[in-house]
Design a protein around this ligand. Structure first.
Ligand code: GLY
Length: 388
């Protein structure tokens, strides 16, 4: 059925079903083994593997929800009780994050973990945890700016908003529907509109950080933090943009978000020196290309977003988005990026870049690369099964 939609998908290679089953089997094995390493340590969650050691993070880190979230996604796929037990254990470690007021990352932290857990188990406590977190996230919204503040005020930035922040809106949309508190939906739409107006260049590449003047509500700085330069296209930022506007269209049906996601998708797919395997350099404009690092996490996030966009965009471009996401998944599922079971500190994907400017987590596995890789595989499975 899928082959009829997308001829590029019927080559002589491993079938997509086989690729999905094989990769999810590796992910399941790795995540269970990683859980055995991590469960004996108190209160922490897996983050990366560097210097031959699995590195952990506490509940205050933006990445804390991804490992439990991956366990939940895999549990939803296989029903394996070991995965569920680990998911419950590690989700509980994230709970104190619900009280944080100094970060915008509460969607990443709570929705990936408690959100997936609630979807699969109906556990009401999980909803209570999310309700507290959503109140704190909404508390960071500024009426004059029309956006949620990402990071604290600094000498450099009065009211910084990063493109990543689009990802936290899915949490607000979910809570709006679940609780009937429509303010969450209003804030998510206003944040999206403000971001659409100020975060993008003429070619629809995205700035990383836009800071606003809280007296006028207008942007007064456009910078990077994790990218190569203020005017460059940090790869993961482009992935967050594509995913964020695709998700906002799914949640609201607002046509402007679909149009925006399509423009971002056209920009990404049109990048002239994107590597043939479609796993981007850590920054599209990184110096030293092609001899610089790739970012598998950006490819995984993009793949998940492209597959979703292909299901929402009813235009002739739909198969183009699907083909791109599939190509990225084929690369990520290959030995070049997917680790052999038992290696890579038991993370699934190799070769991501956390923060090049700080020389932190460069060419390393990352818990969020694994989360979006598994999510993308499951989204593709749904498309193939005809439920996409
Ligand atoms: N949200 C932080 C990052 O993408 O690195």
């Amino acid at each position: 059925m899928l082959a009829a939609v997308s001829p590029a998908l019927c080559g002589q290679q491993e079938s997509l079903q086989q690729m999905i089953s094989r990769s999810l089997a590796v992910a399941e094995r790795q995540c269970i083994a990683l859980g055995r390493t991590a469960e004996v340590k108190d209160s922490v969650l897996p983050r990366t593997f560097t210097g031959r050691r699995v590195r952990m993070a506490g509940y205050k880190s933006w990445i804390c929800g991804f490992y439990p979230g991956t366990l939940w996604l895999l549990y939803g796929y296989s029903g394996n009780d070991t995965l569920r037990a680990l998911a419950e254990k590690f989700t509980a470690r994230v709970e104190p994050a619900k009280r944080l007021k100094n970060t915008h990352d509460l969607g990443f932290m709570l929705y990936c973990s408690f959100g997936n857990g609630y979807r699969l188990t109906g556990n009401r406590h999980y909803l209570d945890v999310m309700a507290e977190g959503a109140r704190n996230l909404a508390g960071r919204f500024n009426e004059r700016v029309g956006a949620i503040q990402s990071w604290g005020t600094s000498r450099k930035w009065q009211f910084p908003v990063i493109i990543d922040n689009m990802m936290n809106l899915e949490f607000l949309e979910f809570m709006a529907k679940e609780t009937g508190n429509l303010r969450y939906d209003t804030l998510a739409r206003r944040h999206s509109n403000t971001t659409m107006a100020n975060h993008f260049r003429r070619d629809y590449s995205s700035y990383h950080v836009v800071s606003y003047d809280t007296l006028t509500g207008k942007p007064n700085a456009k910078h990077t933090h994790q990218g190569y330069a203020d005017e460059s296209a940090w790869a993961r930022g482009q992935a967050w943009a594509l995913y964020g506007f695709t998700m906002m269209y799914r949640e609201t049906g607002v046509r402007a978000y679909l149009n925006h996601a399509r423009r971002v998708a056209a920009y990404i797919t049109g990048v002239a020196d994107m590597p043939a395997d479609k796993v981007p350099y850590w920054d599209f404009d990184a110096p030293g290309r092609p001899d610089t690092y790739r970012d598998a996490s950006a490819a995984a996030i993009m793949a998940s977003a492209f597959i979703e966009l292909s299901t929402l965009d009813k235009s002739a471009d739909s198969s183009r988005w699907l083909d791109y996401g599939v190509a990225q998944l084929r690369s990520l599922s290959s030995p070049r990026y997917m680790a052999e079971p038992g290696r890579n500190g038991c993370f699934v994907l190799m070769h991501s870049v956390g923060n090049m400017n700080k020389r932190s987590e460069v060419d390393a596995p990352l818990s969020y690369a694994d989360y979006y890789f598994v999510e993308a595989l499951l989204r593709l499975k749904k498309v193939i099964d005809g439920q996409g």
